[in-house]
Design a protein around this ligand. Structure first.
Ligand code: CA
Ligand code: CA
Ligand code: CA
Ligand code: CA
Length: 241
């Protein structure tokens, strides 16, 4: 096999350029050569050793097994200069060492923006019943489902989230904000956050309400999808005293 290697041995192989086989015995003192063939270099930009490794599978029982690697030269791979192309495939398409959203080529596409969504409202088993003026224990969780990290969240510029009671599944019919929470540090792609339950007092009149979790209420996070920020988490029935 001919490898590109970072270390000068097969352990540092980043790409196998040629994999040849010999299926007949080789007499003592006999040499064999394979003619050149064009190969595609698919490796991140960098400087590599070009190594020839013979009997890579160890099928030949030899006097000296320690001399089967020949370092044949050095190869410098430069970035292709092409754009990343597919920013969602988990592959470094242009071989610059940066995959998908980590590659500047992908900046600005919605997939590479953060996307905050509500995950759950916890601490009480919803649907549930509470009497007027009673308390429910409420926590909540959210996640960044986008391909990019949020930017600029801090104690001075937090992401604000609300847990609300609404007479419908719409924020427009909200009648009480039960809990206000803040996230004061940035959220990596794929990360989440949870607030533990605390007791809150339900002050609305008797009736059945939807429990809504609205994330990034003040829209400080520029998201790939701003339309999925309200989670209908369950319902709450409030009974008259
Ligand atoms: Ca890619
Ligand atoms: Ca890339
Ligand atoms: Ca969102
Ligand atoms: Ca937003």
């Amino acid at each position: 096999m001919i490898h590109l290697s970072t270390s000068g041995d097969a352990d540092g192989s980043v790409a196998i350029l040629v994999a040849g086989t010999r299926s007949t015995d080789l007499g003592a003192g006999v040499s064999s050569f394979l003619s050149p063939d064009a190969v595609v270099i698919a490796a991140p930009a960098g400087v590599y050793q070009l190594i020839l490794q013979v009997d890579a599978l160890g099928n030949v029982d030899e006097d000296d097994e320690g001399d089967n690697i020949l370092v044949a030269g050095e190869v410098t791979v430069t970035p292709s200069g092409d754009p990343e192309g597919d920013c969602t495939d988990g592959v470094d398409d242009d071989f610059d060492g940066l995959v998908d959203c980590a590659d500047d080529d992908c900046a600005g596409i919605p997939y590479c923006d953060p996307d905050i969504v509500g995950v759950e409202v916890t601490g009480t088993s919803l649907p549930t019943v509470v009497s007027q003026g009673g308390t429910v224990s409420l926590g909540y969780g959210y996640a960044n489902m986008g391909g990019g990290t949020t930017t600029g969240l801090s104690p001075g510029q937090p992401m604000v989230n609300h847990v609300l009671l609404s007479s419908s599944t719409s924020l427009l019919d909200a009648v009480q904000t039960l809990r206000v929470g803040e996230r004061t540090s940035d959220i990596d792609a794929g990360d989440d956050g949870f607030l533990s339950p605390i007791d809150v007092t339900v002050s609305v009149s008797a009736g059945t309400y939807q429990v809504l979790l609205n994330v990034d209420v003040t829209d400080v996070v520029d998201e790939g999808d701003e339309s999925n920020n309200v989670l209908v988490a369950g319902s709450l029935t409030v009974t008259a005293l």
